[in-house]
Design a protein around this ligand. Sequence first.
Ligand code: FPP
Length: 224
Amino acid sequence: MVKHVAIIMDGNGRWAQKRNKKRTVGHYYGSENVRNIALEALDMGIEVITLYAFSTENWKRPEKEIEYLMKLPAVFFDKFLDELMEKGIAISTIGDLSRIPEKTRKVMENAVEKTKHNSKLTLNFALNYGSRDEIVRATRELVRDQPVEITEEVFSSYLDTSDFPEVDVLIRTGGDKRLSNYLLWQLAYAELVFLDLAWPDFTRDEFRKCISEFEARERTFGGL
Ligand code: FPP
């Protein structure tokens, strides 16, 4: 069973530009598509989807685009929070939210708080997330705590993803075949799927097809 799917939602900007629209229009349709994929994941009994919504590198984008991306959570939750409650979907976040504008952080915290008793699916947003940053933050805490033993399990428990099962599948849309500083530790044994489709064009059917392929496959984690 696939329990945890990580997604890099790439190709929004190009999707919009191809239609002679501003890049932010692509992000808007991209956020609408989060709903579609969440509903499909819910139907399939997946436990967690972790979505790369804003990376530690995305601060290098034009100010206007950053501003828009920071407003998107409010737009998204205004529209869908009731439905998320109805369907039993919980919201969570990973990444360093201390650098996110206060308004956006409050919107995320409110969604996390309101949905915290929902248990059907967790929609986990990676915001101001970078894997190297996460590993450095984890190491800082580890050094501070000085645990008796440092094992893989102990180290994992210091990562932002400590509450979640192992990532089974990574899907990246948009045509590029790289990890872009996303979940480097967590993807150690994950199946990787790179698709040419832009994120706003990635349908529920396509998602189901990707996942079903791996449900049939036996993973050996290096054994036989
Ligand atoms: C990459 O596409 C995508 C992002 C940097 C942002 C993705 C965010 C969303 C889809 C919205 C998330 C939803 C919520 C509610 C926070 P790109 O702009 O790099 O595309 P390009 O490669 O075509 O330029």
